[in-house]
Design a protein around this ligand. Structure first.
Ligand code: SF4
Length: 503
């Protein structure tokens, strides 16, 4: 029976006979960092549903582009850039709209942008942009404020441990990005040149791709560079009615060229934010507010939709089918080890939970989780057999020898979605009582193969756990509460209800 030790997207396999080996990461790549070979296929324009002739024509047109060496030369090579007047109008309208309508967000606080203020703002922009790649603005505000309270400057962050950073990040997902923030902070603080203030120098910092570099350089240091994220792609695809695959590397490259053409030379940071803000609040994926859009006069998709009922602005950018998700199965065992102090109704005040630390490299690096294994079969006996094997081999927990099973219950199951994995998690509660003292059992363990620890419920509740691990623990707590409520019902009542059900 082959099983893979893991919880919630683990990057390691486990088998009872062999231990760990690497597996591919699940994290998203920064779209801005995708490479492309210049000029083999240009993006096309027009309605999404094109006839064969139109499609062939456009394909042919894009097959033999001229190579360009500089950005300007490449931009001239694009057949449908914005016109000069269009650029002026879009800049003016968007900045005016942004000045009136921008949301007040903690990372948008203004500064005089002298050298020190620029670096301070750069740090805030960096943290917020990385967080915003994970989740919605409303969720990020809380995380950002807590982060800045704990590490107000890059110098504070550089002194943090990976465990602290992971705990602060818990719930945001994509923990690799948090690790890069820490590594980047250490690199910048350890260097002699201060905070990098151009896209080219920022790109040398771990985890900073073209998008984050553009955001920091333009917002904090006023470098005239574009940014392209999902919001910008949507706005540009609609402004120009671009029907090419928005995930295609060359199409993305062309979005960068269009964004570079638009970026305002005197207020690059504000302009980039206005474009992103428009995508987030007005030019939304499903319900764009075209009638109140500041650039509706320049929007080709809007103009086309007014002239042809079969065209919707939401046809742009085109929807690309997602890669099929892999389906994985995990058996997670919440192992509670009872201490000696029993209070009442069999409750123990000093019970502890077994936690395993994930490897320092790979997905969810350095985070704590309940013992888990990946399986190919879901039946209860297979899950229990694999779990027993894992506990025996890794922690010397063997009911035949050194412990007894007080309780073993299936608590339930849930599905956790990763970028391209649908993980079904079966959760089990296993309450054990050691034969002998806990300290002696702990001392006897082989600490070489993995890092693990036992913590009480108070400590566990206060830890920064991933959302998947937190979900498991909540399920177990609810199960225990429900069980103790059932047990506290007076016997006569329970007998009555039983009789009622039977009659
Ligand atoms: S007019 Fe509509 S589709 Fe065009 S940019 Fe504005 S909100 Fe988006």
């Amino acid at each position: 029976m082959i099983s893979r030790h893991s919880l919630l997207g683990c990057s390691h396999y486990y088998s009872c006979k062999s231990h760990f080996s690497a597996r591919s990461s699940l994290e998203f790549k920064d779209i801005s960092s995708r490479s492309s070979s210049p000029g083999e296929q240009k993006y096309s324009f027009g309605p999404v549903m094109m006839d064969d002739e139109g499609r062939k024509k456009k394909k042919k047109r894009g097959q033999s582009p001229e190579k360009a060496t500089s950005l300007q030369a490449e931009m001239e090579d694009i057949e449908d850039l914005f016109g000069e007047k269009e650029v002026e109008k879009i800049r003016e309208s968007l900045l005016m709209w942004y000045d009136k309508n921008q949301r007040e967000l903690p990372w948008r606080e203004r500064s005089d942008c002298d050298e020190e203020e620029g670096a301070k703002r750069a740090y805030g922009v960096w943290v917020s942009e990385v967080m915003l790649q994970q989740t919605r603005v409303q969720t990020v505000i809380d995380y950002y404020n807590r982060w800045m309270k704990k590490w107000p400057t890059i110098y504070h962050l550089a002194k943090a441990s990976l465990e602290e950073v992971n705990e602060m990040w818990a719930g945001l997902g994509y923990y690799r990005r948090a690790r890069f923030l820490l590594e980047g902070a250490k690199m910048i603080v350890g260097g002699a040149d201060g905070f990098p203030n151009t896209v080219s120098t920022l790109r040398k910092v771990p985890g900073i791709g073209n998008y984050t570099a553009g955001a920091i350089a333009s917002i904090a240091f006023k470098e005239v560079v574009p940014v392209v994220d999902g919001n910008v792609i949507r706005v540009l695809a609609r402004l120009k009615a671009i029907s090419a695959n928005p995930k295609d590397s060359l199409t993305i490259k062309n979005f960068w060229k269009l964004a570079a053409q638009l970026v305002d030379t005197s207020r690059p940071g504000d302009f980039n934010q206005s474009l992103m803000e428009l995508g987030a609040t007005v030019c939304t994926p499903l319900n764009p507010s075209c009638t109140s859009c500041p650039v509706s006069d320049q929007c080709r998709a809007f103009s086309m939709s007014k002239n042809d009922n079969s065209i919707l602005v939401t046809d742009y950018p085109i929807k690309v089918l997602k890669a099929r998700q892999r389906h994985d199965i995990s058996a997670t065992c919440v192992v509670e080890i009872l201490g000696g102090k029993e209070v009442s109704d069999g409750n123990h005040t000093d019970s502890v939970f077994l936690l395993v630390k994930r490897p320092d490299e790979g997905l969810l690096a350095g985070l704590w989780e309940f013992p888990s294994i990946m399986l190919e079969e879901v039946d209860l006996s297979t899950r229990r057999e694999a779990t027993d094997c894992f506990l025996k081999k890794s922690f010397n927990l063997d009911p035949q020898k050194n412990c007894s099973i007080v309780k073993r219950e299936d608590v339930g199951e849930f599905v956790h979605i990763f970028s391209h994995i649908r993980l079904k998690v079966y959760v089990e509660l296993l309450v054990l009582c050691l034969k002998g003292e806990m300290d002696k059992w702990f001392e006897k363990q082989d600490k070489g193969t993995m890092t693990w620890k036992c913590v009480d419920s108070n400590t566990l509740s206060g830890m920064g756990l991933t959302s998947g691990v937190r979900k498991v623990y909540t399920m177990v707590q609810k199960f225990k509460h429900k069980e103790s409520a059932t047990n506290s019902i007076p016997t006569r009542k329970r007998t009555n209800s039983k009789k009622l059900r039977c009659s």
